[in-house]
Design a protein around this ligand. Structure first.
Ligand code: BMA
Length: 352
């Protein structure tokens, strides 16, 4: 009897928090992502509103919008170099501008995801320097823990500065220490044990939560080529979304499709088992040599999976090889327009 009463009580409490809207911004975003996922797959693009294939730093511009008339549903930005107190990130994007664009994307009904390529705290080289045992050094009792704490606090302060007009924190999907199953980053498989990685992730999580960052939906995203997807998983309570990064670097469409399907099969099963959202957190065909790549290669490989979004990497202004999205006048333009018209590809206007 008592038990029934108690569970009824908590059930009512739960319903009323939803009804009263007293959930955290992160919880509200998770709720929204689950709802949108039933409609289709959100299309995302890294650095979408700040530069494109032939331009940089203009405002109100986007290669995606210039091709199909709408902004991507998801915009990605990277915090690399914020830890050093720089005004611009590793790709030259001003953090003030980034903040404005994150708030603008939220205001128009869109969604934002943040990654972070912090420098190597030990060697002071870039994120791509796997030497120096930097994970161990960054952990509590490590030689560089004070430095890491300062870095994390800078990230936390930036995240706490993401506020809408009403002063509410803007929710974002946060994807720190990604692609750990590869060996190229200082937090990657060549540089630490799974336990050290998990500790690094949890320390970051705890610090940001204690700073009041209740607007983060936490993503865990290995890259293709992992031996065990969950090897570095920091734990259920630290993760809201499971993701995977897969690129086509060798112009082999069939091989790309096969690895996408294999990974998404596994991801879909894990998402179900762990009751987590899943997403294709980074992808693209380097240089986009195929005019019909979006509708004929990418879409058939992902369309039947319950992924929340697919994020195409940047149309780098500083590197012609690093172009993963359509743009006006590009050979993929017409195909992307057809891709946009598919019922299940979601852009900002589809998720408002
Ligand atoms: C990588 C490349 C780099 C870039 C980094 C962070 O995958 O695109 O050129 O600096 O992402 O955006």
């Amino acid at each position: 009897m008592k038990f029934i009463h108690l569970s009824l009580f908590w059930g009512m409490m739960f319903m009323s928090t939803i009804a009263l809207g007293s959930n955290t911004p992160a919880e509200k975003l998770i709720f929204r992502l689950k709802k949108i996922q039933k409609k289709g797959i959100m299309i995302g693009h890294q650095d979408d509103p700040v530069y494109g294939r032939t331009w940089k730093w203009d405002t109100g511009r986007s290669d995606v919008k210039d091709v199909c008339g709408d902004y991507p549903a998801v915009m990605g930005f990277d915090l690399g170099k914020l830890e050093l107190g720089r005004k611009e990130n590793l790709d030259g994007v001003s953090f003030d501008r980034m903040r404005e664009e994150i708030i603008a994307q939220h205001a128009r009904g869109g969604i934002v995801t943040l990654s972070w390529h912090p420098d190597n705290p030990v060697t002071e080289k870039t994120a791509w320097d796997p030497s120096g045992d930097a994970v161990k050094a960054s952990l509590p009792h490590g030689t560089h823990r004070a430095k890491m704490r300062e870095w994390v606090d800078k990230v936390g302060n930036f995240i706490l500065s993401l506020k809408d007009k009403g002063g509410n924190l803007v929710p974002v999907i946060f994807r720190p220490f990604h692609e750990m199953s590869g060996g190229w980053f200082w937090w990657g498989s060549n540089s630490c044990t799974p336990e050290e990685y998990q500790q690094l992730y949890r320390v970051l999580y705890r610090r940001l939560v204690s700073m009041g960052c209740d607007n983060l939906v936490w993503a865990y995203s290995p890259n293709v080529g992992y031996d065990d997807f969950m090897k570095y998983y920091p734990g259920d309570q630290y993760v809201d979304l499971l993701g995977i990064d897969i690129y086509e670097f060798d112009k082999d469409n069939a091989k790309y499709q096969l690895s996408v399907k294999q990974c998404l099969d596994e991801l879909a099963a894990l998402g179900k088992q762990e009751n987590k959202l899943i997403a294709f957190t980074e992808t693209g065909c380097q240089g986009l040599p195929y005019a019909d790549w979006f509708s004929q290669t990418l879409w058939p490989a992902i369309k039947d999976y319950p992924i929340s979004y697919v994020l195409f990497w940047r149309n780098a202004w500083d590197n012609a090889k690093e172009c993963y999205m359509t743009s006006p006048g590009h050979a993929t333009e017409n195909d992307f327009k057809a891709f946009y018209k598919l019922k299940k590809t979601l852009f900002v206007n589809d998720i408002k």
